[in-house]
Design a protein around this ligand. Sequence first.
Ligand SMILES: [Mg+2]
Length: 165
Amino acid sequence: MNIFEAMRPDRVYGSLKQIPWKELRDSGINVALLDFDNTLGIDRATEPDEYSYECIRMIEDAGIRCCLVSNAKSERSSGLAKALGIPCVTYARKPKPVGVYRAMELMKTSPEKALMVGDQVFTDVMAGRLAGCPTYMVEKYKKHEIWYVAIKRPFEKIVRLAGKF
Ligand SMILES: [Mg+2]
């Protein structure tokens, strides 16, 4: 896989709520590997919000188990996962696929059955693609994001324009 293929998600949705979870379940997906910051909740939040809970409920109702795959430090991401009642892989080191591998092992699933979802090309999308999982991108949940994510967005925009996604 070349770098451009690694940066291209299979699909892009406006939010987690727009993803057709039931269809995915019918097609064999049994686990959703989820980024937190600006995918499932507010960037850098220490607690999930109502939206986070609604998304988890929606995915689980479709028959798909959830696992958080976060680059965040372990206290914050494990606190979020605990509140949401789902397992989590902390310090996932996305864009490296290592955290995605760990999550699949933890959830006892395989790359054909695990869908990676996140809001960033250079971390979530690449990690999912490099791990061989179907990978969806969502638009960021809220405008606000920490500076070291914000500075990557212009480059992400170029990649998205070039790749037409
Ligand atoms: Mg994120």
